[in-house]
Design a protein around this ligand. Structure first.
Ligand code: C2E
Ligand code: MG
Ligand code: MG
Length: 749
């Protein structure tokens, strides 16, 4: 609009320029916003008129008007995206304009908006330093501003503004790329990852996420890419090949991006190719107008693509690591960790668990490996894994959770002995050999497990398996809550026992052994006792097995040995030097590689007479074939230490071995003494053991003798020695000393 009131000065100001517009208009884009600050109303109209047809990069200009410094600042606070300010230096005061500039830059913190100063009075030109300090684009006197000049001046300011905005936007995007990119790599769920990536792309263009992601995997044929995620109306194409889906232009621009790389445009939107190092790539498409990329610098797009590419690579790496962490390399089956996580996820809430977990343990797998080699073992595992997988429905998870244990998790009716056992009925062909595989099965229903969590379920199945294996291999057994209670009890017992070993809770009692012919004291058996802090006694039958399982038996055994040998020396000092001391040695303790040296240390430190020490071992130890066990037994004998086989007759002894073994004594188990019958005593097991002892030239002692009749029968059989309540109960040392005094006095009278 041209005003009539334009003065002469203004006339030159609004001279029409006939220069070409900067860039021809194609469509109606957003406008460049210019703020005119001048207290002279006519200036506003002249500028607006002079620049009314001006286009810069396809955009028209839009004017905002302020007539005072105060008003200008108000507008700047409210209105965003003001590209340039045409500012009069002299308004209310001589330097009102400069004061506004200072406020814009310092107080409002607006740095990108360009400022062109002008003044009607050349004398009021601002200092050069002010122009530099306040980042002023241009300074003109009003007379200089012809229409041409004004256009050039505004175009330069807009160009500078655009440049600054692009740099700012780039910086902003780069920051966003770095922040959000790293979040999305770790996204396990593929759909969420694609959603995240597409969202980033839309964010870069500042448009809504309406589009899709097509994926070309490294192994796919050239050009194939499947739509893997679609938002809005693109969701219908998920699962289709990009080329086949009815995506028209969108598909075309994606394929162009696939061929040429980078960002490609069509009328509908933009496509971007993100390549991974393995040859695979993603094609991202979002609906947008090309002007959306106006602020985007090419380097930002390159950085974005590069960054997403490395996200993709890292993701593939993570997936591989994840796969390795969750799958068994040999069989490709899920591993223990996978199963644990699955159980953890399926374990709550308990009411929904109609599931069973079965553990399948190959009996004597180590034996197969040793006898036939590792390759055979591997082939056997593969064969068994394949048979199980083929025989189980897909709803059932099959995992290999340790070298020779498979786990099967599925609905109760699918995971049960009826479905599992037939799979082991037929031999398996392993490297051409027909091999019968025997397995032990431990099963648990998830609903039977009282403790929370997947680990508890796995432990329950293991308890069932251990229970089966401890009885007989090749069988199956179900978990019962009773097993957990027993385990819990064992754990509590073990903690208490450990504590007792360190305090005075454990002590040793001594039971006399006598000669059956004249009743003289010939020996003592050291038996350990545990009195808890609460004052209760716990029998060795309960705590010795727990000590053996935990290995604590070695420490415990050494304690008993030291105590017993100390008592032995005390007795020798009081003249009882013919008495021997029998100490029980558990199989676990005996097999401990440190046992012999510890035994030697204790004998030396106590100063005991080792020929008066007798070690009671079980038949299983005595009969063991292992070379080091035999060598240990020999060493013990060489040191003059006596050996007795405890509870003889309850285990399995080979007569041939027994002959070679040079033990000193067989101890008839008290069960056989209890059964002694006057009528048939010679044919009794006790009788057979006595005769065997005579044949082998070793002595025989009977334990658990409670009655005079038993003692008489044993003597008639030819049994030389006996131990039992009839003669004396196990006693602590002071009671024992009293017993010995009385016993000796009794024998004298
Ligand atoms: P064991 O070595 O066969 O010990 C004999 C068991 O028979 C002792 O039970 C003893 O108290 C009991 N006994 C002795 N005379 C009679 C009798 O006339 N009638 C009846 N009914 N029982 C009699 P205790 O002390 O309860 O020990 C049980 C088992 O615990 C022992 O059997 C032994 O295997 C183990 N044990 C005890 N102390 C130790 C130890 O210091 N080290 C190791 N490794 N095992 C020990
Ligand atoms: Mg014993
Ligand atoms: Mg015994």
């Amino acid at each position: 609009m041209v005003s009539d009131q334009h003065n002469e000065h203004d006339a030159s100001f609004i001279e029409f320029c006939d220069e070409e517009p900067v860039i021809a208009a194609l469509e109606e884009p957003a406008r460049w916003r210019i703020l005119i600050v001048d207290d002279d109303e006519s200036v506003h109209r002249s500028v607006a008129f002079a620049l009314r047809d001006m286009l810069f990069l396809d955009r028209k200009l839009e004017f905002l008007d302020a007539y005072s410094a105060h008003e200008a600042l108000g507008i700047l606070r409210r209105e965003p995206d003001i590209a340039a300010i045409l500012l009069d230096v002299v308004m209310e005061s001589e330097h009102a304009g400069l004061a506004v500039v200072k406020k814009i830059r310092d107080e409002l913190g607006i740095a990108d908006t360009r400022i062109i100063l002008h003044t009607g009075q050349p004398g009021f030109a601002p200092e050069i330093s002010a122009i530099c300090d306040y980042d002023i684009n241009d300074y003109r006197t009003k007379s200089e501003l012809t229409r041409n000049h004004l256009c050039t001046c505004i175009a330069a300011a807009l160009r500078a503004y655009r440049q600054i905005r692009r740099i700012d936007t780039s910086r902003h995007h780069l920051r966003r790329i770095i922040q959000t990119g790293s979040v999305s790599i770790g996204e396990v769920d593929e759909q969420k990852f694609y959603q995240g990536v597409l969202g980033l792309f839309a964010g870069l263009l500042d448009v809504a996420t309406i589009g899709f992601v097509a994926v070309h995997r490294s192994q796919d044929p050239v050009g194939k890419a499947d739509v893997s995620l679609g938002t809005s109306h693109y969701a219908q194409w998920v699962g289709h090949d990009l080329g086949q889906a009815g995506l028209a232009d969108a598909a075309g621009v994606c394929l162009r991006a696939a061929q040429s790389g980078g960002m490609q445009w069509c009328a509908l939107g933009a496509a971007l190719k993100v390549s991974a190092q393995d040859g695979g790539y993603l094609l991202l498409f979002v609906e947008a107008q090309q002007s959306a990329a106006e602020w985007l610098d090419d380097t930002v797009i390159e950085t974005f693509v590069g960054h997403l590419g490395s996200c993709l690579d890292n993701r593939l790496l993570l997936q591989r690591l994840n796969h390795d962490a969750h799958f068994d390399r040999l069989l490709g089956l899920p591993n223990r960790r996978y199963l644990s996580e699955l159980l953890e996820a399926r374990c709550t809430p308990r009411s929904e668990q109609a599931l069973t977990l079965a553990l399948i343990d190959i009996d004597d797998f180590g034996g197969f490996n040793e006898a036939l080699g590792q390759a055979f073992g591997d082939a056997l595992l593969k064969g068994l894994g394949a048979r199980l997988r083929a025989g189980l429905p897909q709803v059932v998870t099959l995992a290999r959770i340790s070298a020779d244990i498979f786990a099967v998790l599925g609905p109760n009716e699918r995971v049960c002995p009826e479905t599992l056992l037939p799979m082991f009925a037929l031999p398996l062909s392993v490297l051409g050999e027909e091999t019968m595989v025997s397995v032990s099965l431990g099963l648990t229903r998830l609903a039977d497990v009282e403790s929370e969590g997947g680990a508890a379920v796995l432990e329950a199945a293991f308890q069932a398996l251990r229970a089966v294996k401890s009885q007989q291999r090749g069988q199956l057994g179900w978990y019962t809550p009773e097993m957990s209670r027993r385990t819990h009890e064992r754990v509590t017992l073990l903690a208490g026992l450990r504590q007792a070993l360190r305090s005075t809770g454990l002590f040793v009692v001594y039971q006399p052994q006598v000669a059956l012919d004249d009743g003289r004291l010939i020996g003592l058996e050291a038996l350990v006792r545990w009195r808890t802090e609460a004052g209760d006694f716990i029998g060795p039958d309960r705590f010795i097995p727990v000590a053996e399982q935990s290995g604590l038996i070695c420490e415990l055994g050494c304690f008993v040995l030291r105590e017993a040998l100390t008592v032995l020396t005390t007795l020798r000092e009081s003249g009882l030097d013919a008495v021997r001391m029998a100490v029980n040695v558990s199989a676990v303790q005996f097999r401990d590689p440190d046992f012999l040296s510890e035994l030697g240390d204790i004998i030396r430190s106590v100063g005991a007479d080792s020929s008066k020490l007798e070690l009671e071992i079980t038949e299983s130890v005595a009969m063991e074939d292992a070379a080091y066990v035999r060598a240990s037994l020999d060493t013990i004998r060489q040191h003059g230490i006596q050996l007795a086989i405890d509870d003889f007759g309850t285990g399995y002894s080979s007569l041939a071995q027994l002959k070679q073994l040079s033990v000193d004594r067989l101890k008839i188990d008290r069960a056989f003494v209890k059964d002694l019958d006057e009528a048939a005593f010679e044919a009794s097991i006790a009788g057979v053991i006595v005769q065997l002892g005579h044949k082998l030239g070793v002595e025989v002692i009977a334990e658990g003798v409670e009655t005079l009749e038993q003692a008489a029968l044993l003597r008639r059989m030819g049994c030389q020695e006996a131990q039992g309540y009839l003669f004396g109960r196990p006693m602590p040392l002071p009671d024992l000393l009293g017993w010995i005094r009385q016993h000796q006095a009794g024998r004298l009278h």
